[in-house]
Design a protein around this ligand. Structure first.
Ligand code: SAM
Length: 210
């Protein structure tokens, strides 16, 4: 009888926490939606927000490929009121093809400020592998969305994987569609058994480090 009541209370607590996360995300979404980016909206932004919310206190979130900051602010708005922090790695150089040309670092900083989350974000304007070479912090959440070439995705994963805590989350963007390099590496990663609790939100694939 007591066990039944305890379970009921636990389910109710979890449900009210999920409801609160959802409500807070809905309040934050207009801010996120001002930032240009490449996400399948709003489900993927919601995943970033709630993943940051659920991460441990003082969580370290590392993002490879921030562009103008859409995924960054989605994570960072989920960090508000905590010591959690997002390290946003990007060359911020754009290109003549997909991203266009411009001062992407300035745009990124402007978007982070317009969402009021600058205290939770450190931009790192450097190649991801150079960052990894001197990285030392244990990572709670790693999001890989830099170069989509197979060798680059693989290199980013292996460079940062050793820093991800056991039970930490690793996510890849573009595991579906035309992104053959990401799809191939995502399939290999799943087969490798390095991750558990694997799931997907549209083209975002994620798992937990075993
Ligand atoms: C698809 S965009 C990221 C989109 C972003 N996550 C969003 O929410 O809109 C990929 C970004 O990765 C950056 N990039 C590609 N290879 C990189 C590397 N090796 N190191 C750092 N940044 C890289 C590009 O400059 C580009 O801005």
């Amino acid at each position: 009888m007591n066990l039944k009541r305890t379970l009921k209370r636990i389910v109710k607590t979890i449900q009210s926490r999920l409801d609160k996360d959802l409500k807070d995300f809905e309040k934050s979404y207009p801010l996120i939606d001002q930032v240009p980016g490449f996400l399948k909206s709003p489900q993927q932004e919601r995943w970033f927000f709630t993943t940051a919310r659920k991460a441990p206190d003082n969580a370290v979130i590392v993002e490879i490929g921030s562009f103008q900051g859409r995924s960054t602010v989605s994570f960072a708005l989920g960090c508000v009121g905590t010591q959690k922090h997002v390290y946003a790695i990007d060359l911020f150089e754009g290109d003549n093809d997909m991203y266009g040309v411009g001062d992407f670092q300035n745009r990124f900083v402007h978007h982070v400020k317009s969402c009021g989350v600058e205290a939770h974000v450190t931009p790192i304007k450097q190649h991801s592998l150079e960052v990894a070479a001197t990285w030392s912090k244990p990572i709670d959440v790693l999001f890989i969305d830099g170069s989509h070439e197979y060798d680059d995705v693989k290199a980013d994963f292996h460079a940062f994987f050793p820093f991800v805590k056991k039970g930490g989350i690793i996510a890849f963007h573009d595991i579906k569609g035309k992104w053959e390099g990401v799809i191939r590496f995502w399939n290999e990663t799943q087969a490798s058994g390095l991750l558990e609790k694997v799931g997907a939100v549209s083209s975002l694939g994620y798992g937990t480090k075993k």
